[in-house]
Ligand binder design. Structure first.
Ligand SMILES: [Zn+2]
Length: 77
């Protein structure tokens, strides 16, 4: 039997929120993205393995991993 499987990571932009960046200290837009890694068979993503949320400062580009609850509680617009 011939089987193609692998891992795929999809990046989805959840929204943008204006906050003070802990890195540069500027009140700038922070882009919230969701990165989910899934086990895929025949290029079809099936089983979610890991999901993480990342907040990136649009001013300095610093990235921070945030929790799911934190990502959901942000007033994303
Ligand atoms: Zn910053």
């Amino acid at each position: 039997m011939f089987l193609i499987f692998g891992l795929r990571t999809s990046v989805k932009r959840s929204g943008v929120v204006a906050m003070v960046c802990p890195h540069c200290g500027n009140h700038a837009a922070q882009v919230i993205t969701r990165r989910s890694t899934r086990f895929s068979v025949f290029f079809v993503p099936l089983i979610p393995i890991r999901t993480r949320y990342v907040r990136q400062c649009s001013f300095c580009g610093a990235e921070y991993g945030i929790s799911k609850d934190e990502a959901r509680s942000l007033p994303v617009g």
